[in-house]
Design a protein around this ligand. Sequence first.
Ligand code: PLP
Length: 398
Amino acid sequence: MIADRMVTYVQQSSLIRAMFEEGKRLASIHGAENVYDFSLGNPNVAAPAEVNETAIQILQEELSTMVHGYMNNSGYDDVRGKIAESLNKRFGTEFGPHNILMTVGAAGGLNVIFKTLLNPEDEVITFAPYFGEYRAYTANYDGKLVVVSPNTETFQPNLTEFAAKITPKTKAVIINSPNNPTGVVYSEETIMALSAILLEKQDEFGTDIYLISDEPYRELVYDGVEVPYLPNYYDNTIVGYSFSKSLSLPGERIGYLVLPDTLSDAQNIIAAANVANRILGFVNAPSLFQRVVSRCLDVDIAPNIAKYNANRELLYTNLLSYGYECIKPEGAFYLFVKSPIADDIAFCQMAKKYNLLIVPGTSFGCPGFVRIAYCVSHDTAKNALPAFKKVMEEVKAL
Ligand code: PLP
């Protein structure tokens, strides 16, 4: 018999994954080119050539050395040093290698930090719509996810409700900007207001509230939008970064946590996160790709962003012309569209009849909307337009 809590997870197992499987099934029946799969945030744009070249070069250079060996649980010192240096250059910070912990993607990093911070019943606040896995990641350590309801006009955080939901049990707040699933970027003004609330509540309750910035989409922004670097606004910030999206490496499982010296109890947090990485069974982040990313920190990803942007413009403009409602995303590669019928799950089923795979907003704690992951080929985006039009016509005829 499996563990009781796994029964629930298996039952609730992500609708997104179910869609992914459905995509493969439909492709086997209709041919892959006739299935428009917008269900997963799996970049269709290839990793920059430098990434693959660097991997090959490292393997050739280091055949006789320890490229495949164990290392410190935090990762290679030189890799962490290069990442710290790069962040310092970009954001004016003063991190050293000891502030960086290499992780198994953002997912690994978030599990490490929750394991490090949470006692049973500790609360973690997030803003809907949110990346659905946060629920499982907090529950893994017997924490409680507290959700602030969405502002469906702007999808900016509802700060009044946020302030009201902070309690003495609030251990952490997790935010994600550029956001999955809305593509919204939180402005500097928002970050300053959010930080001010956190400072006030820390004082009021005499607690430490850690702000976790989950930012796998940091570089994927359009029209020159700026994404504030949170450690520069709030001392108790921990950053979770991933190369899954920026370098199109989701299967390689590589990312890092930034654990600044300004954190309350920084030394213990750094030491505990190192141990958490080991005892969760990650042991260390993948060795080869630690080395690869450390040499690819300055690779130009503008050509890849331009490809996402072409899909963003095409879909946004055409969907609006068919009668869909949606805010224009400023970052990431998702459109969060108002479901033309109230039931978003039923709408996704309707869309499937046209071989269109999209994900209900319910999966992100925001019913009444659907997510379109436009990290697909431009041909897929173009060829899917008639299908989006036809579903809307079907809705209008209801
Ligand atoms: N956080 C958010 C907001 C995401 O969208 C994703 C992946 O889609 C992750 C974390 C997990 O990313 P990784 O592949 O680095 O584990």
